[in-house]
Design a protein around this ligand. Sequence first.
Ligand code: GUN
Length: 292
Amino acid sequence: MKIIDGKKIAEKLKSEIANEVAAMIDKDERGPHLAAILVGDDAASQTYVASKEKACASVGMTSSIYRHPSTITEKELLKIVDFLNSDDEVDGFIVQLPLPAHIDENKIIQRIDPKKDVDGFHPINIGKMVLGLPAHISATPQGIMMLLEQSKIETSGKHVVVVGRSNIVGTPLSILLSRKAKNANATVTLCHSKTENLKEICKSADILIAAIGVCEFIKADMVKDGAVVIDVGMHRIASHKTQSGFKLKGDVAFNEVAEKCGYITPVPGGVGPMTIVSLLQNTLKAYKKEVR
Ligand code: GUN
């Protein structure tokens, strides 16, 4: 079994981005700027936004965070989106999800200028992705595609099973993997809560992608010998053994699955760092106006 070191791959890609940004700044250009809107005080969202800010700094990009209490109204939030849409100094921005229940997430996402939608959540970007046109592609699926490519894992003709059909991960990833394109051409099965014979389907996967959002859902008896296992899950489990008071686990029961699979991504240090790199790449694309 080989561990796919997402952190190492992400560091390599980040250094390429950093070189590109440094060359821009050398030429007296202002350099790319990523903004984030953070509503409320959800601990996981705070951590995600802080790591995006840190990643920007590490490659020389500017970042800014617009923090608002969970009492903000939908109308006020739409105004902030409008403000960032028209700010020429901001190349791309994200609205960290989830939003409080009184705000319609779809309405907010659809208000973002697709050119600045570096999360790739806007219907225009999703539609362009489906058609294979230049688009901002959702960061986690794009990160997983790069992880497979950089690890030289063949996808063409392989049976990929994606467990979980979220708008952010499972659905776009199933489309990217099945496209007629380099590092794709897979035969994809997208599984979800109504799937029958889930265990047998997972066991038939050459590449199994767990994006179900349930801690350690994928057990060893659901995995074919030698399969590639990609774990998208991220769960904070209370632990008295760590200084932070919690440890991170994925959607895959790592220890038992690692014993029989061919490749596996760890949590942390697998998919997570690649997601952040994808967001930086999308910001760079927005800055260079490669997505119109
Ligand atoms: N919440 C969990 N993942 C994401 C993400 O990739 N982007 C945004 N905006 N919110 C999230």
